[in-house]
Design a protein around this ligand. Sequence first.
Ligand code: KIV
Ligand code: ZN
Length: 562
Amino acid sequence: MKKMNFKSYVPAPAVELESRDWPDKRITKAPYWCSVDLRDGNQALDIPMNPEQKKEMFLLLCDIGFKEIEVGFPSASQTDFDFLRVLIDEKLIPDDVTIQVLTQAREHLIRRTFEALDGVKNAIVHMYNSVSVLQRDVVFNMSKAEITKIAVDGASLVKKISDEINNPGIRFEYSPESFTGTELDYALEVSHRVMDIFQPTKEKKLILNLPATVEMSTPNIYADQIEWFCKHVRNRDTVLISLHAHNDRGTAVAASELAVMAGADRVEGTLFGNGERTGNMDIVTMALNLFSQGVDPELDFSDIDHVKKVYTAATGMSVHPRHPYAGELVYTAFSGSHQDAINKGLKKRKERRDTIWGVPYLPINPEDVGRTYQSIIRINSQSGKGGVAYIMANDYGYNLPKKMHPEFGKIIQRVTEKLGSEISSRKIWEIFQEEYLKRQTPYELKHIKILMDADSAHAASEGLTTVEGILRYGVKDMEISMKGNGPIDAFLKGINAVISSPVTLTSYSEHDMAGGSDSTAVSYISLKNKDGMECYGVGTDSNISMASIKAVVSALNRLEVG
Ligand code: KIV
Ligand code: ZN
């Protein structure tokens, strides 16, 4: 086998920090969020969004609560230019939303960007140029001074045009692109030169966006870089430090979280992490991570399936079934022990009326994102009896007695093993009906009459209840007429007098079914035959005595089948 040549890679350099404060910090409030779905996310689609899809996505982002939305790169794409015009001309931008547009630090592109922005109320002009060691060397073949000049010239033109326009709603963002591949002191130097031009103030801050254009290190190194930058940047209170992490190592969310702990104020990202290569930082995950720590994310994902629906229709991308918080399978437990624990957790929570969430294996309450409990438990051959019992109780209102769980659990397990796949709640219900409720062979109850005797003296000697009826076995009708301490006792005595192998009652329980106008009783009865074989029967009826008698016949039939 060919060996992978790891020696051609070098580790990311460590950051020299006199003191490293971020590990002791907590995130206690949401950062300023900026969605870059319509720019970075859109650029990464094989078929970019059409104007209608862009509009749908924009409206969704506004509904979710984004206050800053990068809507395109209008100087590089006519579609983006036109879309921006639609947003402005059709007055689709809510007053509290600021749109953001990207431009390279090049004169004709900057001029075209301002043309696209004509008449806008609030906008961020986001200018970038690549500053990294690698880009300077292999792409531009330029010195640091030449790269700095691109940034300075670009910023000067942006400032000049906006001074001419004199629109107080226009703010500025500068990205030293590929920041994480740049010497920190050089990234700081370029940023300071750009700050010199924009002259930001506490009231009108400059956004300094420090991108992990390609994710090149463990998240702690990004956090170190951000902490270093925050501690060294001049007039820290006149800039907003922004993050823009890509996900090449699969840790963009972690990197952004640690970098917020390290002092960043603002986070750029996309829904479900769409973006170049492995994507941008996933805002859904980061926001819901905050939520799960008791922090208001200031974004509304209370109907995550709707967000997913609009996102997939607009982008043509799918959301992985195991995507944090949003995937189809993330509130589903397959393992029996997990199902059992979830079952107990949900029950205790209800009983205790807990207000703080704490259910094993469910980091958040699925209802908080518009998902339901019904889909939590699916049954496959690895599921335990607890899962099956949960489905019966939760989906159909049958609280099977504890001793019955293994019996029905085995029946379902046999089916799932044969199928080799999971089984739906509906199928479990069908099996339950066939197995317990609908069995009419070989014994069938043709007719039954229950007579209660109120005479207690009589009752003491012979029993209070008389049961009369006809029980058919195959084609043979057998008459039953017997007294007993109650309908079950009388019926059992009656059938033992006519069947070939007598049975004894080993357990009995019943409950009412919740819901519906007339309440139905459910009875669970287990019988044992002379060979020691024991099994359950279930009966339902509006009359509890009838439900019990049906349960006896059900158990009798099941014993017969073996
Ligand atoms: O990834 C990146 O560096 C970018 C910049 C343009 C901010 O998308
Ligand atoms: Zn990017």
